[in-house]
Design a protein around this ligand. Structure first.
Ligand SMILES: Cc1cc2nc3c(=O)[nH]c(=O)nc-3n(C[C@H](O)[C@H](O)[C@H](O)COP(=O)(O)OP(=O)(O)OC[C@H]3O[C@@H](n4cnc5c(N)ncnc54)[C@H](O)[C@@H]3O)c2cc1C
Length: 524
């Protein structure tokens, strides 16, 4: 993956000239003064770990699995939020780990945790490195050094239990590799987030990820039937039945724990049969309010939802962002685009699902647009991160943020986040969509584009703080699927209250007494 951006470097492409001109006219976007730094120009702090610590790490996992060269350190610096990328483009490698350590088994993870606890070396569990909330940039203060614990060698499909529709997989598997291995058994997870190409199963569990097909397949945390976790205090092995009344569900302490309580080394995941047929289509609604009403009716109707259900607001539809490959083709007055993606065992199943959905959407004022808008969305479903790189290079800041709330609170949440972003950034382009729906509510996913000023990282930090405060005040959650990291700590503390914070601190102290696991992340 491109170290200062997204995807294969050869897929990097400049912004189409008409889009660049439009951004210049609308938002005052101008090319940055300096080009992006080269890999060898990134400024790194000296390696803080002494020879003794490095020797012990090599003994724990094998010498060839410990790297402290500049390239390995750069590639494990922070995650992939827009501020992360801007800082890398400017050659700022100040958060680089001192070394990258790749364990090959649960036992090796335990060994590394024991030695890092003894030597007070901070450990950052590292999956695909796609965190967008500062989940990979721990606080260094008071530690002898920082290692990135890269889980890429834990990449096996361990077992498939087709009778129970469960698969045991290791956490370092990237999503496409997991799908390939499961595909050989005719199975799928159905988890397709926009970061699909690079993110790992461990990262999905640790950050409570939700994929683009969550309406049909559910969130990742819903798929986790069981997991194994290495902590500095020993091993946790959780989940032995589909449901249990044996006390509180301790799996929930691990899901979303972002490497602060332990390292997930194995996952037992619910799987589904691969669909034999699919059909994607588009619908038009006159307004976001009308479309949201239709989506709510579907979610509360009791029937099976389409695998993908995604409603863009007026601005996102106008810009054409739902189909990044066809950016700028929405046009004014386009209303609001809804994409419905149906998947099923046979074409007949899909046809029946389409009919049910069509009846509900028509009843709420939806107008069918045929397959092209849906298929266009499906073609471009992983393109937006590449577009972000082109926008950054052209001098725009493009970033996303997300929340969720109950249906009755959603309109106010939507308006207050937009107002906060506009107030903080002047006249940015603020777009939104609903793509994860439940009977009781939905998530709101905002994309913001604005001109880069002299301090784009600081400007975005102020805007993000304002948006977070608006989310808390409007009763939404600080994250529906990106997690807490370091970026959401203050708002997370406000959301769970003092007692909630005390509980998190107590768990952290018990499982990680030396406090070496991802310090500064998750626990306020
Ligand atoms: C362009 C882009 C698009 C995205 N789209 C989506 C989306 O559609 N849906 C969505 O949910 N998210 C999305 N994300 C966010 C991100 O991909 C998810 O949070 C994902 O779950 C992170 O997986 P990862 O393997 O990259 O984890 P990392 O980024 O490597 O780690 C995430 C956090 O989990 C911890 N961690 C990682 N592995 C383990 C482990 N085995 N044990 C314990 N802790 C661990 C890390 O320390 C870190 O705190 C997107 C991000 C980007 C950059």
């Amino acid at each position: 993956m491109l170290w200062r951006g997204w995807g294969e470097p050869e897929k990097e492409a400049p912004l189409p000239e008409p889009v660049r001109e439009l951004l210049e006219a609308l938002l005052g976007v101008r090319a940055p003064a300096a080009p992006a730094a080269g890999l060898d120009e990134v400024r790194l702090p000296p390696v803080a770990l002494g020879a003794g610590a490095l020797e012990e790490l090599r003994a724990a996992v094998g010498a060839e699995h410990v790297r402290d060269d500049a390239e390995a350190r750069v590639r494990h610096t922070r995650g992939k939020s827009t501020p992360d990328l801007i800082r890398m483009r400017r050659g700022d490698g100040s958060d680089a780990p001192d070394a990258v350590v790749c364990p090959g088994s649960h036992a090796e993870v335990e060994r590394v945790l024991a030695l890092c606890s003894g030597r007070r070396i901070a450990v950052v569990p590292f999956g695909g490195g796609t965190s967008v909330v500062g989940g990979l940039a721990p606080e260094r203060g008071g530690f002898a050094g920082v290692i990135a614990l890269d889980l890429r060698r834990l990449d096996r499909l361990v077992a498939v239990d087709e009778e129970s529709m469960l698969a045991e997989l290791e956490p370092g598997l990237r999503a496409p590799d997991a799908e390939r291995l499961l595909g050989a058994h005719g199975l799928t997870l159905g988890h397709f987030p926009q970061s699909y190409e690079y993110a790992t199963l461990g990262g999905f569990a640790a950050a409570r990820s939700s994929g683009q097909a969550s309406a049909g397949y559910g969130r990742f945390d819903d798929m986790v039937a069981g997991l194994t976790v290495a902590t500095p205090r020993g091993t946790l092995d959780l989940g032995r039945a589909p449901r249990s009344a044996a006390g509180p569900d301790l799996r929930q302490l691990v899901l979303g724990s972002e490497g602060a309580f332990g390292v997930i080394t194995s996952l037992r995941l619910r799987v589904r049969r691969r669909p034999g047929a699919a059909a994607y289509e588009g619908w038009r609604f006159g307004s976001f309010t009308e479309g949201a009403r239709a989506v709510r009716a579907l979610a509360q109707g009791g029937g099976r939802l389409p695998a993908v259900l995604r409603l863009s607001d007026e601005t996102e539809t106008m810009v054409g962002l739902a189909r990044p490959d066809e950016l700028g083709e929405g046009g004014p007055g386009a209303g609001c685009l809804l994409v419905a993606g149906h998947e099923g065992a046979t074409p007949e199943d899909v046809a029946a699902a389409r009919e049910r959905t069509a009846a509900a959407l028509s009843a709420y004022g939806g107008e069918p647009l045929g397959p092209e808008p849906g298929e266009g969305w499906a073609r471009g479903r992983y393109s937006a991160p590449y577009l972000r790189d082109a926008l950054l290079a052209a001098g725009a800041t493009a970033e996303t943020l997300e929340t969720a709330g109950f249906w009755s609170a959603l309109p106010a949440l939507y308006e207050s986040v937009r107002a906060a972003l506009r107030e903080a950034l002047g006249s940015p382009l603020v777009m939104c969509h609903i793509s994860h729906v439940y009977e009781t509510g939905a998530s709101l996913y905002f994309t913001v584009v604005t001109a880069q000023g002299p301090d784009p990282v600081g400007e975005w930090a102020r805007a993000k703080r304002a948006a977070n405060e608006a989310i808390v005040a409007a009763g939404g959650t600080i994250s529906h699927h990106h997690g807490v990291g370091r970026d959401h700590l203050a708002a997370y503390a406000a959301e769970i209250g003092e007692v909630g914070v005390e509980i998190l601190r107590a768990v952290k102290e018990r499982l990680d007494p030396a406090g070496v696991l991802n310090p500064g992340v998750l626990v306020p």
